[in-house]
Ligand binder design. Structure first.
Ligand SMILES: NC(=O)N[C@H]1NC(=O)NC1=O
Ligand SMILES: [Zn+2]
Ligand SMILES: [Zn+2]
Length: 442
């Protein structure tokens, strides 16, 4: 009889293609057997009884800002990765900005990588930045293993990470295409957003609704259309992050239909919160693009259900509480939502329970597609020879999110006080249990 490190018994195994009750055997960090329909005949050093639980491939959160090195007091790789583990994520892709120095050359990448290897409890991956100053550094970043490049089409809010002009977009995309990599973009129109913000501020209009109106959906559409044109010009693979509206998704879909290699991400906050949340909670719920109205939330869920969204990432972009309190003017607070720990809870509650979105679809967008799109071999599903990155969830458990449940360095989030159905019970990274029964074990 085979002997394994770990056997998970009687769970409901969910992949992008199927849901079935079965057992999983793990050795040396890999899934070695998946037995559906009949019990697994083997022994193991440890056994987990997953009766009543669902087993999902761990979320691959393709969009976090962990701020380390250089701005660890905002979050950090330890607190950030621990919050992911508690939320059922087993890998993350850290954005190149909000850490100092930003990840815009291979030397800076190494600083981040060595910090992560010391501190992260889940698998770390890194985006490289594309900024006007670093076209010559893209090759070195690629050769040293970034999973792709990220550019801001509007100011990032961080002084050492400049947004790209059209010339940088052209040169950068040409180079990224030659490297065979992918460009992810924060797509909002600088000109539109700056003009509209100036009009608001000049006339003393500084409410939450004013902030939202200063960054309208059409400014995302303008930027997305433009960047798609450069993708067509250069042949560069493109990934549009944090689409806040189905109208943005439609522009991407039309480009896909004429053969452009473009994909799209949305985030749990655009799938669950509205302008009302920023009106009530102020800067805590401030992000860019901003939260929209309920019809946009519903529209994005339709896009999810129809297969028009490629990935869902948290865009966890934390900041100290002092930057998230409402002062006289909401325009001044930090734009970025703390949410890395809540992604799956939100998707279960708003998607699976409220809108009948299949669990398979949630797995596809949070694990399978991220692994495929960014070339992570052996991740993103539950199958023999794949990495044992798993999360066990109790879909019958409801809970109210409390401040003290959060593992973030700064325990604020627009999700505090909300009730979720579907709780993460256990998270396994490379065969090792890192979170179990409400406790971090690593
Ligand atoms: N700099 C940074 O993290 N910005 C992020 N925050 C946010 O709300 N949108 C972003 O792009
Ligand atoms: Zn962004
Ligand atoms: Zn971001």
């Amino acid at each position: 009889m085979a002997t394994y490190d770990l056997i998970i018994k009687n769970g409901t195994i969910v992949t992008a293609d199927s849901t079935a009750k079965g057992d999983i055997a793990i050795k040396d960090g890999k899934i070695k057997e998946v037995s559906v329909g009949k019990p697994l005949e083997a022994t193991a050093a440890r056994e987990i009884n997953a009766d009543g639980l669902h087993i999902l491939p761990g979320m691959i959160d393709t969009h976090v800002h962990f701020n380390e090195p250089g701005r660890t007091e905002w979050e950090g790789l330890e607190t950030g990765s621990r919050s992911l583990a508690a939320g059922g994520a087993t890998s993350f892709f850290d954005m190149p900005l909000n850490s100092t120095p930003p990840t815009i050359n291979k030397e800076n990448l190494e600083l981040k990588r060595s910090a992560a290897s010391e501190k992260s409890v889940v698998n770390p991956y890194f985006w490289g930045g594309l900024v006007p100053e670093n076209i010559a550094d893209l090759k070195g970043l690629h050769e040293n293993g970034v999973i792709g490049f990220k550019a801001f089409m509007s100011p990032s809010g961080i002084d050492d990470f400049h947004n790209v002009d059209d010339e940088t977009i052209y040169k950068g995309m040409k180079e990224i295409a030659a490297l065979g990599s992918i460009l992810a973009v924060h797509a909002e129109s600088t000109v539109m957003c700056e003009m509209l913000a100036k009009e608001k501020l000049d006339s003393g209009k500084v409410t939450a609704r004013d902030y939202v109106e200063s960054r309208p959906i059409i400014s995302e559409i303008e930027a997305v259309r433009r960047i798609i044109s450069y993708a067509e010009l250069t042949g560069c693979k493109l990934h549009v992050v944090h689409a806040s509206s189905r109208k943005v998704v439609e522009v991407i879909k039309a480009a896909q239909e004429r053969g452009v290699d473009v994909t799209v991400e949305t985030c749990p906050h655009y799938l669950s919160l509205t302008v009302k949340d920023i009106e009530e909670q102020g800067v805590i719920a401030k992000c860019a693009p901003p939260l929209r109205d309920q019809e946009e939330v519903d529209g994005l869920w339709e896009a999810v259900a129809n297969g028009e969204i490629t990935t869902i990432g948290s865009d966890h972009s934390p900041a100290p509480a002092s930057m998230k309190v409402i002062k006289d003017n909401i325009f001044d607070g930090w734009g970025g939502i703390s949410g890395a720990q809540s992604s799956l809870n939100i998707l279960f509650t708003e998607g699976y329970f409220k809108r009948n979105v299949p669990l398979e679809k949630i797995v596809e967008l949070t694990a399978t597609n991220p692994a495929k799109l960014f070339g992570l071999a052996n991740k993103g599903t539950i199958a023999v020879d794949y990495d044992a990155d798993l999360t066990l969830v109790d879909l019958n458990e409801s809970f109210e999110l409390k401040k003290e449940d959060l593992y973030y360095r700064h325990q604020h989030s627009p999700y505090i006080g909300k009730t979720y159905k579907g709780a993460v019970k256990t998270t396994i990274v490379g065969g090792e249990v890192v979170f179990d029964n409400g406790q971090l074990t690593k």
